[in-house]
Write a protein that binds this ligand. Structure first.
Ligand code: SF4
Length: 419
């Protein structure tokens, strides 16, 4: 049986009807991927992954849940279920959702916009077909609290009990056994039966293959920093968690981009570049990314993806548990995975060294206790190390363009680094 046959039936059907990308005979590598077929295909694929499309899958009878789209996503897919990241709750029309949270649930205005957009959107979509929510007990406390409100709107909640490993080797066997038990409960909650181990193993293998390619693309961006801009790069990183619902099509696009950038790295565009590491999300979204690039800044280090693979030499549920604990120990995958606030700086520092970054752009969502602690720790740490860092705060609202202040700070920071 091929890997495709073991993937979710919804996405398999979509994949089978999707046009395949072919490798074109290469003559000379273009300097930029902006108009390449692969980047266009990536843009179209990302645009097709909308809330409407996701809800349509649920209306068609597929099992779809909110959450479960991070380290645990392969398990959810192996349970014939489509996991939808909470980020989809604030992708569009989030100011409206935030207003609902403040007016209907009386959540104070000073709470983080992520929380408000989440619960507001869940309320607005309460009559929709997606009625189940999965969350991880090690995620931020406000998320656990606010999701309780969704019970009043008829949602069903399931929590993976908190499990954290912040010291190398500490109680690892006990923790793995505990988390495996929690993951078995998830499978029972979703399907009423244990997970198909072969199916899960295939999902883990597929994810490892995708991440190997995506990491290679990120490495090649260091050689050819202007070839693939930040916007498609961030789409690749986000897509590597959910494949935009079309795993094989996504992999074809990744393959094409990899082939293109391998060629571009042989003869890259030569002009001054200021390598940067982005620690956190993109404050100001695509518009701020444009400002960075117009100033010759290139984000070569991203902390939003994991650097570990799922082990393929042990039972797959154990592999999922080890993957999570490894990520926590490296400060990776963010607050949703219970990553250590104190350990993320190691990853940032590794990226600074690897990319020879001249500075760090650090951002967090206004009102996020986790984000402000992480940023505070990193500010102190990198100040001592002599690595310049600019701090930004932002909301989750895509409708809100970057502020003049953010633009000015970023431009001035990059100009300072260029001197
Ligand atoms: S921004 Fe921070 S506090 Fe708000 S939901 Fe996200 S992790 Fe939690």
């Amino acid at each position: 049986m091929s890997n495709t046959s073991k993937l979710d039936p919804t996405v398999r059907a979509a994949v089978q009807t999707a046009p395949r990308l072919r490798r074109a005979p290469r003559v000379a590598a273009p300097l930029s991927a902006a108009d390449s077929n692969a980047v266009k295909a990536l843009r179209e694929l990302a645009a097709s992954y909308s809330l409407e499309q996701i809800e349509q899958w649920a209306r068609e009878g597929h099992s779809v849940i909110w959450g479960g789209n991070s380290w645990e996503a392969p398990l959810i897919r192996a349970c014939d279920t489509i996991p939808v990241g909470f980020a989809e709750l604030w992708k569009d029309d989030s100011l409206h959702a935030e207003a609902v949270a403040e007016n209907h649930f009386h959540i104070p205005a000073e709470f983080c916009s992520m929380i408000k957009a989440m619960i507001g959107r869940l309320h607005l979509r309460k009559d929709n077909a997606i009625k189940r929510i999965l969350y991880f007990g090690s995620t931020c406390e406000p998320i656990s609290m606010v999701l309780e409100h969704s019970l009043h709107d008829g949602y069903e909640l399931h929590c993976i009990d908190a499990a954290s490993a912040f010291k190398q080797g500490e109680r690892r066997d006990d923790l793995v056994a505990f988390l495996v038990n929690e993951l078995e409960k998830v499978a029972l909650w979703l399907t009423g039966k244990p997970v198909d181990q072969d199916r899960l193993a295939a999902e883990l293998k597929f994810k490892n293959r995708i991440m190997t390619k995506v990491r290679r693309i990120l490495d090649l961006r260091i050689e050819a920093p202007f070839y693939l801009s930040s916007l498609p790069t961030s789409a690749l990183l986000f897509g590597s968690t959910h494949y935009f619902g079309q795993p094989e099509k996504f992999e074809c696009i990744v393959d094409q981009i990899l082939a293109d950038i391998e060629a571009a790295a042989l003869n890259p565009e030569r002009r001054p570049a200021i390598p940067l590491v982005l620690a956190g999300g993109v404050a100001g979204g695509p518009q701020l990314l444009k400002v960075i690039e117009e100033s010759n800044g290139v984000i070569l280090g991203w902390v939003i993806h994991g650097t570990s693979d799922f082990r393929e030499d042990i039972p797959p549920l154990e592999a999922v548990a080890h993957y999570l604990f490894d990520a926590q120990l490296k400060g990776e995958l963010g607050e949703g995975a219970g990553a250590s606030a104190t350990l993320r700086r190691r990853r940032v520092e590794e990226l600074v060294d690897k990319t020879q970054a001249r500075g760090i752009i650090s951002s967090f969502v206004t009102g996020c206790p986790y984000g402000s602690v992480v940023q505070g720790l990193e500010r102190e740490y990198f100040k001592k190390k002599g690595v310049p860092m600019v701090s930004l705060e932002h909301s989750v609202h895509a409708e809100e363009p970057p502020t003049e202040e953010q633009i000015t700070r970023v431009r001035a920071f990059i100009e300072m680094l260029a001197d």
